[in-house]
Design a protein around this ligand. Structure first.
Ligand SMILES: Nc1ncnc2c1ncn2[C@@H]1O[C@H](COP(=O)(O)OP(=O)(O)OP(=O)(O)O)[C@@H](O)[C@H]1O
Ligand SMILES: [Mg+2]
Length: 217
């Protein structure tokens, strides 16, 4: 996974304590966006901490986050739960006879926070993905006290998915710092011209369109 430290419109988001990076779904660019932000913050001399509370299906997100951020903590600390099947963490945990425990996640976050100036937590899938009975990604972001960055795909369908995620986030009292349009659209998709503008206007939110910015980067 390559992260671009300059020219992609994310630089203005390197501020504050950090973010919980969620998405409109799976495969929309959460890891890409988190890695790019990590690289930008690192280039500014910040100590960047990363956390992937639960990784499913043997993915490489935590390893990518560790590489991009230079976070010195071991992979097991960055990724407290690793599950075999590509399923929601709560389902994965049940299959393996385990439970995702909030106190364990809180301790993992505290260890990362202690060692860093800027923190990026990547959730699994989208905002309402269950981690444990009574705990979904939104609840996790709330308990950690981090504002959200919502990663979304650039192509057709992203307006609806982004606005639904914004509405769910705000209904739960979560602050949304930005929607970042990341995963590439299919070539020739005419919706990419207007998606960012529509989401910004209808969702009253800051939108960074990585595809549009990359051309100027
Ligand atoms: N801005 C971008 N430019 C180019 N490729 C991108 C961009 N954003 C995402 N991608 C590509 O899209 C795919 C999905 O991105 P990514 O893995 O970041 O999604 P994700 O939301 O983290 O997925 P998951 O739900 O599995 O964690 C990857 O192949 C990634 O390289
Ligand atoms: Mg990911």
């Amino acid at each position: 996974m390559s992260a671009r430290p300059r020219g992609n419109g994310l630089a203005g988001l390197v501020r504050g304590r950090g973010y919980f990076v969620t998405g409109t779904g799976t495969g929309v660019g959460k890891t890409w966006v988190a890695c790019a932000l990590a690289a930008l913050a690192r280039a500014r001399g910040l100590r960047v901490g990363v956390l992937k509370p639960a990784e499913s299906g043997g993915g490489g997100d935590a390893a990518a986050l560790k590489r991009a951020s230079g976070c010195p903590l071991p992979l097991a600390a960055i990724r407290p739960y690793a599950f075999r099947a590509p399923l929601a963490p709560a389902v994965d945990a049940a299959l393996e006879g385990r439970v995702v425990s909030w106190p364990r996640l809180r301790r993992a976050y505290a260890a990362v926070a202690e060692a860093s100036d800027f923190i990026l937590v990547e959730g699994a899938g989208g905002l309402l993905v269950p981690y444990a009975p009574g705990l979904d990604a939104a609840g996790l972001a709330r308990r950690l006290g981090l504002p959200l960055i919502v990663a979304a795909a650039r192509g057709l369908g992203t307006v609806n998915h982004s606005l639904l995620t914004l509405e769910a986030a705000r209904a739960r009292g979560l602050e949304v710092a930005a929607v970042v349009l990341s995963a590439p659209a299919v070539p020739g998709d005419p919706s990419v011209r207007d998606n960012a503008r529509l989401i910004a206007r209808l969702g009253r939110v800051r939108v960074v369109d990585l595809g549009a910015r990359r051309a100027r980067g």
